[in-house]
Design a protein around this ligand. Structure first.
Ligand SMILES: *Cc1c(COP(=O)(O)O)cnc(C)c1O
Length: 437
């Protein structure tokens, strides 16, 4: 399989190049040259397959020509070694809980998959690149998954940028207490500043000649393709409960940078017999306005209680557009989108908990809200629950008027010491920092 840029450059690169450079360098993002179709008969048996079995089939269809099958098997077994349960909320509403990994966030799936892939490719390379630095900007949630997946490795470093004073104490502890090969850099600026710095660094050829750099999060094609697995798994778990429901299945998808949604579209293109998708956004609604008008016009970023979705100009929009061949009509045949206010989010958390006993985090609440808006009679909705509610403890406690318990992995963090540096939002300062041996 070769990979090309969404910006339309003529180059087609290998998996190794796509993963070790992270971005094509022309302002676009990598996509595989084609989307492999899974054999339709697979869907007759998928209800009996485990998460690891499904992950192997999906990963093998993309990487089978580039990586030995035992190695793919080992990558998926190391990545998908936690539960992803499908939980019934109401008769036609289910939640696919993606937050049972080590940092209690769905980004654990993509981050661990990407890290394991990268590590295997570096092992078998004859090129000079045998150690690489992953650069990531985080609004708080994704940084923890990246740090956790890379901490303690000898082949990969991570430098994680986050906006000073704009992430929770708990989130900061999840990123900035590893030390060693994980460098936490707090930027005196916004999340947008952090994203823009990472983009500039990744496109800085002079810097890249001195330090091999790559991307993380759904910018990185391995992270994105790892996420595709979770959709097949969600479909399989619903099919195991009720085949008729699976035939009328709609995924509701929490959307910020649209990586999640892009992975869903890839899964459908591979043959997953899902009906359609409902995208969910908070007040940062560039994608919702695109769906309703056909015009893409990002506005300024707005801070909300679902801060991992505070994205004004989602970078995966270019991948989605290409997957639909630039056709707005084809895109809206598969995808609808709803948006909500902070008031809607808080009311949803409270009302859902009171009426069903199901507790969801603010991003899950955005998703449930959209699912209820968008679902038609006879359809069954599966929302993706992207984060454990305890990660947003102060918001949840305030809404419910009671203290929720912290899971053990989070409770132990408070005693750990922060190891971070603080830098201004300037490329020169950040470059200088990276070049210190
Ligand atoms: C990253 C993230 C999202 C948004 O996912 P995208 O792939 O960027 O659209 C939603 N919720 C949580 C908790 C996240 O960490």
């Amino acid at each position: 399989m070769l990979y090309h840029s969404t910006s339309g450059g003529p180059q087609h690169v290998s998996l190794f190049t796509a993963l070790t450079t992270g971005v094509p360098g022309d302002g676009g993002l990598y996509l595989p040259d084609y989307i492999p179709a899974l054999p339709p008969a697979l869907f007759n048996n998928i209800a009996g397959m485990t998460l690891q079995d499904i992950a192997y089939v999906v990963a093998n269809s993309f990487f089978g020509n580039d990586i030995d099958s035992e190695v793919i098997n080992s990558i998926v077994n190391r990545t998908f070694d936690f539960e992803i349960p499908l939980v019934r909320i109401e008769p036609d509403h289910y939640s696919l809980e993606l937050f049972h990994g080590p940092t209690l966030a769905f980004k654990d799936v993509g981050a661990r998959f990407m890290t394991n892939m990268l590590s295997e490719l570096l092992k078998n390379t004859s090129s000079d690149t045998s150690r690489i630095t992953v650069l990531a900007a985080t609004a708080g949630d994704s940084g923890a998954s990246i740090a956790n997946s890379i901490a303690g490795r000898s082949d990969i470093n991570a430098v994680i940028f986050y906006p000073k004073g704009k992430i929770s104490r708990l989130q900061e502890k999840q990123i900035a207490t590893y030390g060693g090969n994980i460098q936490a850099v707090e930027i005196r600026g916004s999340f947008d500043d952090c994203q823009s710095l990472v983009k500039q660094l990744l496109n800085d050829n002079e810097l890249r000649e001195q330090i091999p750099l790559t991307s993380a999060n759904s910018i990185n094609i391995a992270h994105l393709l790892g996420q595709v697995v979770t959709y097949f798994h969600g479909y399989a778990r619903l099919a195991a409960i009720d085949e008729r429901k699976a035939a009328e299945m709609v995924f509701a998808i929490p959307s910020g940078n649209l990586g999640n949604l892009t992975a869903a579209v890839i899964a459908k293109r591979m043959g997953m017999p899902v009906k359609r998708f409902i995208a969910a956004t908070n007040a940062n609604d560039a994608f919702m306005r695109y769906i309703s008008t056909g015009k893409y016009s990002p506005r300024r970023q707005i801070s909300t209680v679902a801060n991992a979705m505070d994205v004004s100009d989602p970078y995966n929009f270019v991948r989605l557009s290409e997957l639909y061949g630039g056709s707005f009509e084809h895109l809206i045949a598969d995808i609808s989108c709803f948006t909500c206010t902070d008031g809607d989010i808080l009311a949803t958390i409270r009302d859902l908990y009171r009426s069903t006993g199901y507790l969801t985090d603010p991003h899950g609440a955005v998703t449930y809200f959209s699912m209820k808006r968008g679902l038609k009679p006879h359809e069954t909705g599966v929302m993706l629950a992207p984060a454990h509610p305890a990660k947003f403890k102060s918001t949840i406690d305030a809404v419910l008027g009671q203290e929720i318990e912290l899971p053990r992995t989070l409770a132990g963090l408070s005693v750990k010491r922060l190891q971070k540096v603080t830098l201004p939002p300037q490329l020169s300062a950040v470059k200088e920092f990276l070049l210190i041996p």
